[in-house]
Structure formats: C-alpha cells, structure tokens
Design a protein around this ligand. Structure first.
Ligand SMILES: [Fe+2]
Ligand SMILES: [Fe+2]
Length: 399
C-alpha cells in the first residue's frame, strides 16, 4: 500500500533536499511538501495523508504546535518530528505530541524504517478489534492518580526523596509491593530494604520510575484470580522476564537507557493478559483452553478467538498511555518480532529472548522467532543467554 507522507519545513532548500533524497522511494510513498504549519494544515484539509514529518523550529507556528493541531484534527496520522539542535524544553514539547523524533540530517533508510514501524503501531491502535477489547467495558483503564503524581515528581529535575517517600507511603499496597520487589534478588538488594526512603536511594530514581509504572499498571486491574489464571503468576513471570531482559541487554553491551527500557518492557510485556481478564474473561479462558487442547501457542488461539492477541492489546494500551515507543514495540511484538523493521538490538530483542527462554525453561515448545534472530545475527547467542538465565532467575526472597 502506498503511503501518503507530508513533509513540513520553513526552508525551501531543506524541502528540495528531501525531495531529491526520497525520489527512490516513490513506489512506496506519495510525498508532498509544505513550507510551514499553516500551509500544511490547509493541505491536510483538502487531502488525506497518513504521515506528517515536520521540522521543529519554524516561524509563526512551531513544529509541536502544528503536530498538536494534527493530533486533534487528524488523529489517524503518524506524527514525526525532525530536529536539529534543540533545547530540553522544546525537546520535551515535541516528545509529547510526536510519535517519533529523528535528528537532522536524517538517513533515508532510518526514516523509511521509522515510518514503517510507526505505521504498523498506529494501525494496531486504530484496529477496531483491538480497541474494542481495550475499551470493552466502558473506558480505557487508567493509571491510579497517585502513580501519576509520583511519576510527575520523578520527572522533575530536582525530584525530592522525602516527598516521594511520603507519596509512596500513602498507598500501603503499593508500598508493600515495591518493598517486595526491591528485596527480591532481581534488584540485587544486599541488605533488607525496609523504608520508602531506603527503597528510593537503593533503586535510584530511574529504576524507581519503572517500578512505579509496573506496580501502577498491575494495580490498575483489580481482579486477583480468575479461574486458572492468577494475576500473581503473571506478576512473577513478568518480574523474571524483566530481570532477564535487562541481563541480556547488558550482556549485549547496550547503554543504560536501553537496558532500563528492556527491564520495563519485560515487566509489562504480558499486560494484555490483564486486559483480557478484565474485559472479556470468559472468551479469553476459552481461547486458553483451545490453545491447550490443540497445542497452538496462546497468542495464535487468542487471535483466532478474540481478534487480537495479548501482545498486540498490551502494546496498544501502552501506546494510548503514551509510553516510550521502544517499550510499546517490545510489548506489541514480543511474540512476533519480525514485524519490527529495525535491524539492530532493541528492547524488543531482549524481551523476546527473555520470554522465549522462560517458556523453554517451563517446558513449553520453542517460541523463538529464529528468522528474526538470524536477521540480527544473534542466533548463535541462544546457548550463552540460556546460561545467563540460570544465574539471573532466582525465586524472589520474601520481604
Ligand atoms: Fe506473552
Ligand atoms: Fe510472557
């Protein structure tokens, strides 16, 4: 399918450069160009486009103002920002309204892959079957407000430890859950973690952010046991996947931010199962029974019975909640990573491998997407990762 892409920049030279650079892609993309926000909005009123790629700094209407308008008026579109040097504040503004941010000048291959991935995720979010599963009951589950308050405090440059400790203490279930995780071997606690302040200092603000998010998301779903499926079992499996995904990313020599995102994605990768249990428990259980009876993987039976699988539904939920793209991709495609166009190791790689290793360890059939691992040149790493698993996965210590 040919995609319609609108490029926006106030400098005609930049647009001419893009025109030349993108000529070889004319079979895949129909491109158009606008010199500034108002012209872009006028074009969008007349014709339907799939993607907008905008410069950030433009006189009159900035890139983020334009993309905010596009978000409201044309919500189906993928929004991408191309930035040169930009300060933290405008970077943050762009981050809020854009699906992706790319640096200028941009390699056409990277632009092509970015657009491909963004379109695939956007298609997932607009898929009627997936949306219906998420909004099945009445509205999209939302994060409890206390978690949002904590995440906002963590976002501040000078986040206050006493303030955060006081906030965590307001919810006894959250405090208990966080202490349990912090005391488990997954976070490497060497001494007993007993107070919220101690917890924050031990984990560091970055890990705190991810842990708050994971605990918050799990507590957004109220049920604790439904038939043979227990939330506690999903939570435990998720913690193991998180620890293992981090270890795998670290062993691949990846930078801290990628390692942390791999951990968060591991923690959240099966969140779609919670959505199913919440919105359509009977049909979900029937799908699980079919999987067991036929030997199909769960996600294949789910797709046949419900129209989408737990990975897609989870990815869609996290996309709607505005989580970073690399985490959304890891969750949405953890059972089918070949859908990701990126040719390098990402949090998706770590989560796919971690989940596959845990499945093998639990006696399930081979779940690896071998074609994907071969494309990344990583297939021969499986035995080494398997050895890493045994040193990483230990049962959580009681708190
Ligand atoms: Fe899964
Ligand atoms: Fe899993």
């Amino acid at each position: 399918m040919q995609r319609r892409v609108l490029f926006v920049d106030d400098e005609p030279n930049v647009l001419n450069g893009l025109r030349r650079m993108l000529r070889p892609m004319r079979d895949e993309w129909a491109t158009d160009f606008a010199e500034g926000g108002p012209q872009a909005l006028a074009k969008l009123e007349k014709e339907r486009f799939d993607i907008v790629v905008s410069d950030m700094r433009m006189p009159g209407m900035s890139g983020d103002q334009l993309l905010e308008e596009v978000r409201v008026r044309h919500p189906h579109m993928v929004r991408i920002v191309l930035t040169g040097q930009c300060d933290k504040e405008s970077g943050l503004r762009a981050f809020r309204v854009a699906h992706r941010m790319l640096n200028k000048p941009c390699d056409p291959e990277i632009l092509k892959r970015t657009i491909g991935n963004a379109c695939a995720l956007q298609a997932l979010v607009s898929d009627a079957a997936v949306r219906k599963l998420i909004t099945g009951k009445d509205s999209i589950p939302s994060l409890p407000s206390l978690f949002l308050e904590i995440l906002a405090e963590l976002d501040k440059d000078e986040a206050s430890v006493p303030k955060l400790a006081a906030m965590i203490s307001r919810d006894i279930t959250m405090l208990a859950k966080m202490l349990q995780v912090a005391n488990s071997s997954f976070y490497g606690a060497r001494t007993d973690v007993t107070s919220p302040a101690h917890l924050i200092t031990m984990l560091g603000l970055n890990s705190m952010r991810h842990l708050v998010l994971a605990v918050g998301i799990f507590s957004a779903f109220k049920m604790s046991q439904f038939g043979p499926v227990s939330i506690e079992a999903i939570w435990e499996h998720s913690q193991k996947a998180a620890a293992l995904a981090k270890t795998i990313a670290r062993a691949a020599g990846k930078e801290l931010a990628l390692v942390e995102n791999a951990g968060t994605a591991g923690m959240l990768h099966d969140v779609g199962k919670l959505v199913f249990l919440d919105s359509t428990p009977q049909a979900y259980l029937r799908a699980l029974q079919t999987a067991q009876a036929t030997g199909q993987p769960e996600w294949v039976a789910e797709r046949a019975a419900l129209g989408a699988n737990h990975a897609e539904v989870g990815g869609c939920l996290l996309q709607l909640w505005g989580l970073p793209t690399s985490i959304v991709e890891a969750v949405a495609w953890h059972h089918g990573p070949s859908k990701c166009a990126m040719p390098e190791f990402t949090p998706l790689t770590a989560v796919h491998v971690a989940d596959g290793l845990l499945a093998t360890r639990a006696g399930e059939a081979d779940r690896f997407d071998h074609a994907y691992l071969a494309r990344l040149g990583l297939e021969d790493r499986l035995p080494a990762w398997e050895a890493l698993m045994e040193t990483t996965i230990k049962e959580p210590q009681p708190c």
